[in-house]
Unconditional design. Structure first.
Length: 454
């Protein structure tokens, strides 16, 4: 199954009643949001929970993954030894993450355990989760002084390991925000504090994870945050996934920022899944998938809704239509091939063929390599039948694609493309693609609608 959700959570010991002894009432909003996170995790029923914590074993140049069969911990350092926790570790997942990191030369593994005792950055999330759900094993990972990009890469490796182990995995990124939000707070005030909190909550609330890597190092240092690397690692685990995002809470009443956001992985669109499976199978094996064999795995994401299942299956197996498959990496086009009208017996076969073509036959790019598969972003555009246009007032650059034809020359442009804001620009680019002079008005114009899947 792989990563099914991620959660950004804080770890103030005072939120645990045995520690707070009543003082936790001042962060009731955070407590309520934390309880919602626990309810969501219980509903998701993960087999494994990953917790990255800034307070477990940490090295400057190495990511430590807690080894062994399990660990125990309590809040005795906060005079609350009665609040104790015991966990079992997912040793298979730990081994898979370590192996994949080693093969890539990423310094991560189980060596160098200084203390097996659970840290409070792990126990605070566990205090809420285990009230609602206990049927899981844990993987506990420390942060490091290595660059943010390597934290993200380890998150990606965690996702790959989750897939390889066929686990339902939830990622919990434990970390507080700025510790310098109030003059009378335990760490004092710095102007960078509220700036960081506002920025990080905006970025995490929108799941704009790429922006995490662009935070200024001085801002991070001056704000005295402790969770940024944890959030970056989680962003790698959630990379390229379709997410339902929710910002639940942010509080700064103690002088330390506490933020909670949730990220639930949505089922991959079946049209996109078909394109991806077609492309990946062709690149890895040189063969073309058979729709009758791929049908069940493609439609599994809509199987819970009989009406949607029936509609999707009918569209893919009984409809004939033109379709375009577009590939991007980091927002940049990597390939795009399609058909203006149907050339195959079914839409499914149209998508299969065009996905392969987009990765191997787009003359503007060299063929996609296996190393790039994890970075590809897909979209599938299904075209309606084209209809003639008698006047350009009938066009709408956001709603309609255009086809321009003169003799044997024909050019097409999809609707709603970045950087194409006017009908004149749309027609100009379509003519250029067809090899028709830009000012040649003696050509036929057709329009079509598109249903875009991504």
């Amino acid at each position: 199954m792989g990563i099914i959700a991620g959660f950004m959570v804080p770890h103030p010991p005072m939120i645990v009643p045995a520690v707070g002894r009543g003082s936790e009432v001042q962060i009731e909003e955070t407590t309520a949001a934390y309880k919602k996170v626990a309810d969501m995790i219980a509903e998701l029923r993960p087999e494994t929970i990953i917790i990255s914590s800034p307070h477990t074993v940490m090295y400057a140049d190495y990511f430590h993954i807690s080894p062994g069969s399990g660990a125990q911990g309590d809040f005795r350092q906060f005079d609350a030894a009665e609040a104790s926790y015991s966990v079992s570790y997912d040793q298979e997942m730990v081994a898979e993450i370590s192996l994949r990191a080693s093969k890539e030369g990423l310094p991560a593994g189980t060596e160098g355990e200084r203390s097996a005792f659970l840290d409070h950055g792990t126990m605070v999330p566990l205090s809420f989760i285990t009230e609602k759900y206990t049927d899981f094993k844990l993987v506990r990972i420390g942060l490091s002084g290595l660059p943010l990009e390597l934290h993200k890469r380890l998150g990606q490796i965690i996702s790959e390991a989750a897939n390889a182990c066929d686990r339902r995995v939830v990622y919990v990124a434990s970390g507080d925000l700025s510790h310098k939000l109030k003059v009378d707070g335990p760490y004092g005030f710095d102007p960078a504090g509220p700036i960081y909190d506002e920025k990080i909550m905006d970025v995490m609330g929108r799941a704009d994870f790429d922006e995490l890597l662009r935070f200024d190092a001085k801002l991070l240092d001056d704000a005295a945050e402790c969770g940024h690397r944890s959030f970056v690692m989680m962003s790698g685990a959630l990379d390229k996934k379709n997410l339902d995002v929710s910002r639940l809470s942010h509080q700064d009443v103690t002088g330390v920022g506490y933020g909670i956001c949730t990220y639930v992985v949505k089922d991959e669109d079946p049209y996109v899944k078909l394109a991806r499976l077609s492309l990946e199978t062709n690149i890895k094996t040189g063969s073309k998938i058979d729709w009758s064999e791929a049908r069940d795995s493609v439609l599994v994401g809509v199987a819970d809704d009989p009406a949607v299942y029936a509609e999707t299956e009918k569209s893919l197996t009984e409809t004939r239509a033109g379709a375009f498959v577009s590939l991007h990496i980091d927002g940049r086009l990597r390939g795009c091939i399609g058909t203006i009208c149907a050339t195959k017996d079914t839409l499914a076969e149209e998508i299969i063929e065009n996905a392969i073509s987009a990765s191997t036959r787009d003359p503007r790019f060299y063929p996609v390599t296996e190393d790039e598969l994890g970075d590809l972003e897909y979209s599938v555009d299904v075209l309606s039948d084209a209809e003639p246009v008698s006047d350009i007032s009938e066009l709408d650059v956001k709603k309609y694609g255009v086809i321009v034809t003169k003799g044997m020359k024909r050019g097409l442009l999809l609707p709603n493309l970045d950087g194409v804001d006017t009908v004149q620009e749309q027609l100009s680019i379509a003519k250029q693609k067809a090899g028709i002079a830009e000012h040649d008005e003696n050509c036929e114009i057709e329009r079509f609608r598109v249903v875009r899947h991504y």
